[in-house]
Ligand binder design. Structure first.
Ligand SMILES: O=C(c1ccc(-c2ccco2)nc1O)N(Cc1ccccn1)C1CC1
Length: 425
């Protein structure tokens, strides 16, 4: 009986495409092939398991019936099976992208830029990928030449696939006081081999001086939630939101590095880029930042304080901005540190010895090395240095900027609900 059952089971499973090699002996209580099947006293109960990415192919189902009864399948049925398989293969989501995040100044990690292409033929620009905002804007042929100083520009009129988004405008002001505004086109857009057709490209008609003087940044690519996008009258989707439907997994990862190029990956998590396990924590997507709660901090080798810190993971902000109590506790350990009104934050002698700074995500601890905590001389050649940790009291939100992100491998998981994954590296 058991032998026949085995044969019946295999045929049924094979017919449903769920066949998994049944073990040689099934007299035990648990068939043990992990699909939740159970067996007792000659009866079998099989839990149906969905096959990920399985795509029904009617022609193949008919084809199997011909096989089952030993009837040769007609030529056009065999062609239909191949045709439907090809369509299914194309539909399976598996696009990915991977691109370098290059520091704009090899001496300091002020910001990172990543090459992108826009239009047909492709125009290459270097954009600052910013998880703290959600506008994709570029220096363009619409930007006054007086406001351009060496930046690459996007010229929609030179692209055969550009389309003006008639009547749409945008305007954004960033926390450091910088700002830009302009009109909007859609065009083909790629990042590291990942392509999006008709991506909203916000063309600058006005940029503030800090953008003009930053000649290595040709624009920003917002990777915050699309709710933050400033295009009027209809807000636009970010590149990530547009690309999600093509990605095997709705994620992008940031592997930023100290004074060297890192990478942004889209659609996959590269195990070679981190050590240990990834700790995932909840994200609050309102009002549009990657907001999460850190489980606490420690200064140098001091005690870990388990007080939660809610803040945002922001690749577009250079420094870490935390509550004043934490910042003063840190600089109390730095000889000669002061909170300078002149320089707008905590400064110290560049020769000072700095403690590392540790922050928690769940049970995992991330230590920002002392070398990351000295950001840069306050002015070129000065012996006074600006701290990588500053107070968030004037901002209204705690910000885990590049100084912190460089100490981790970070997964921005755009599933529903979204989460953030953190791993050491
Ligand atoms: O720069 C921004 C920022 C980004 C986007 C927008 C915005 C306005 C409308 C849509 O997006 N507003 C910001 O202000 N920071 C970082 C920050 C703030 C203050 C000081 C330094 N860094 C936002 C993430 C917190």
């Amino acid at each position: 009986m058991v032998a026949v059952t085995n044969l019946v089971l295999t045929t049924v499973l094979a017919g449903l495409g769920l066949a998994s090699a049944l073990p040689p002996k099934i007299g035990t209580t648990n068939i043990g092939n992990g699909n939740g099947a159970s067996l007792d006293g000659g009866r079998a109960t099989l839990k149906q398991a969905r096959r990920p990415n399985y795509r029904f192919n009617g022609a193949r189902s008919v084809y199997r019936t011909y096989l089952k009864y030993g009837v040769p399948a007609p030529e056009d049925l065999i062609k239909a099976v191949a045709h439907t398989d090809a369509l299914n293969a194309a539909a399976v989501k598996r696009d990915t992208g991977s691109a370098a995040a290059v520091p704009i100044d090899p001496r300091f990690d002020i910001a990172y830029v990543t090459p992108v292409t826009i239009g047909t033929p492709p125009q290459t620009l270097q954009l600052d990928f910013d998880t703290g905002s959600s506008d994709l804007w570029v220096f363009s042929s619409h930007t006054p030449t007086s406001q351009i100083r060496g930046q690459e520009i996007y010229t929609p009129d030179k692209s055969t696939t550009s389309k003006l988004l008639d009547g749409h405008t945008w305007s954004i002001t960033y926390g450091d006081g910088s700002a830009s505004r302009g009109n909007v086109y859609t065009d083909n857009f790629t990042v590291g081999g990942l392509a999006v057709a008709s991506q909203a490209i916000q063309c600058a008609q006005q940029v503030s001086s800090s953008f003009t003087t930053e000649e290595s940044i040709d624009g920003l690519l917002g990777l915050g939630f699309s709710t933050l996008n400033t295009v009027n009258p209809a807000s636009q989707l970010t590149f990530f939101d547009n690309a999600k439907s093509k990605l095997g997994s709705p994620v992008f990862t940031a592997d930023l590095k100290n004074k060297q190029a890192g990478t942004y990956d889209f659609g996959f998590i590269d195990k070679a880029k981190y050590t240990g396990e990834i700790t995932y924590v909840p994200v609050n997507p309102d009002p549009g930042y990657w907001t999460f709660t850190s489980s606490g901090y420690a200064v140098g080798s001091g005690n870990f304080s388990g007080s939660p810190i809610t803040g945002i993971a922001d690749t577009g902000t250079s420094l870490v901005y935390l509550p004043t109590a934490i910042v003063t506790a840190y600089y109390r350990q730095v000889q000669g540190a002061t909170n300078s009104r002149n320089y707008g934050g905590y400064v110290f002698p560049c020769s000072a010895t700095l403690p590392p700074f540790t922050f928690g995500v769940g049970e995992t601890k991330f230590t920002i090395p002392a070398s990351y905590m000295s950001y840069a001389p306050v002015t070129d050649g000065s012996s006074t240095c600006f701290g990588g940790l500053q107070s968030s009291s004037g901002i209204g939100v705690n910000i885990w900027g590049d100084v912190a992100l460089k100490a981790a491998f970070v997964v921005f998981n755009g599933a529903n609900p979204p989460t953030l994954g953190w791993a050491t590296k």
